[in-house]
Design a binder for this molecule. Sequence first.
Ligand code: G
Ligand code: G
Ligand code: MN
Length: 525
Amino acid sequence: MTSLMYAGVDHSQLLAMAATAICALVLGALVAAVIVRRRFAGLIRRMEAQVRRVGIGDYSAVAPLSRGDEIGRLSLALCEMTEALAEREQRIQQLATREPITNRPNRASFLDTIAPWLNGPRGAVLVVGLARDNEVTNTVGRDVADWVLRDVSQRLGGLLREAPLACLDHRTFAVFLRDVGELKARSVATAIIDLCDEPYTDGELTIDTGVAVGIALKPLNGKDAAELLHRAQVALTAALRSESRWAIYDAAIDPYRPERLSLMSDLRRGLLGNEFSLSFQPKLHIPSGVITGAEALVRWNHPRRGLIPPDGFIGLAEETGHIRHLTRWALRAGVAQAARWRDAGLTLQIAINLSARDLNDARLPAEVARMLAEHDLDSRAISLEVTESAVMADPDVAMAVLRGFAAQGLWIAVDDFGIGQTSLTYLRRMPVRELKIDKSFVQHLAKDADDRKIVRSVIELGHGLGFAVTAEGVEDEASLEALASLGCDYAQGYQISRPVVGTMMADVRTQFRDPIEMPSANLPL
Ligand code: G
Ligand code: G
Ligand code: MN
């Protein structure tokens, strides 16, 4: 066997030397490691603990190790990283719980805050919405709109003090009122509206900050925080459209209620069946004391829900467009009833309510003409009631349809007059024959001098324009007498009669003056 030789040392000797050298090295390293470990173990453990604390979200400040070596630099870097993480987490937290423009709590945070407070029996969520935000933003830009929002935020904060106040988005705030009922909630809502009526000013710039307030009450409108907030927002939509600029949640107009959809399909089915009927409220001609007409009021006897008042479905039918079917049904039923009365020898004018949507339905006048022809009925037997707001929604379109009706000789009355904003220019140009003074001015006529002044001026205005004037909501003898002395032409209300079924009209009529004595002057028929 040939041994490998190298510098006079044989193979096995070489191996032994190498092994010894390696052992010495390893031993040296171990000794060094032990020494290093002893020296640094404490420092490393300290930093390890710091890292673990950060891991569980504890960013409490730790002083870095004051050493000039790598360990010192590592410690400093670790402390800086902890600080940066703490800052970032705070920002994330802020973004997650605060609205960035106003720095108020946001929706999620508001819901968390008020949830425990809802254990009490009562409470109210108010949602405050800027009425003209889009207009402001488009005109003056986002920056100014943000200032307006902050300004409103500050005003609300000053008024509401300790009540939880949140900013839901760039135009909506929410506030929770603890242990309040409807009265208090309403008075806070009007205080908010008054407070925000003062415009925002900045140098030359003046911007209207007008707000509307939606209200949801516990327990009436909901139990938990999310439900109440949602319903207050639904109420805000109604408030933005209302004259008073506040509204309490009303299930009947909630577009997100699933029953609404089924109610509307029920409506179409119900119109085909026998679920709908008309009630007739007699209308008294004051000077002669004769019942000369009646207002048709729709009634819905729902097979499962029983009697649903018009307020429970008319608003909804208007929103969903189903009102067209209802109006056509009411017109057909009204015309048929007028024909039956005529056949029974009763001369009565039937008033039928139209809705805003009907006034842009260009086909309607021709359809009414067909209905009248079918029964060979004089067009003067039908009056159509339209509200001021329905006309003013789109006056030119409404005017065209109203002219279509008037061209056939139909009588047109402006309903609920006084609560809307009719432009007198339009009123004069419209083919109107009658104003019906809203019942809110009439109900307290006997006691309220201001109401008397309003009623007197409406009567003068109506007569000045050549219209007949009807007072609605006449509830007592004194009011009827007052109306007579003011020269009002017609009266309608519980004092004269509640709405009755069509077959009762002859009886109601004979309770008043004998129709034979009826003077023909001033009467529509
Ligand atoms: O009587 P009453 O509570 O029913 O009426 C409530 C409201 O419903 C009134 O403002 C009345 O104008 C409205 N209304 C009643 N019948 C009809 C109808 O056939 N069509 C429309 N559009 N409104 C109606
Ligand atoms: O809005 P419109 O005018 O169509 O409303 C008629 C409504 O007024 C119906 O709801 C009817 O029942 C109601 N009504 C009729 N007479 C009176 C009354 O004397 N007092 C009150 N408060 N309501 C009345
Ligand atoms: Mn009416």
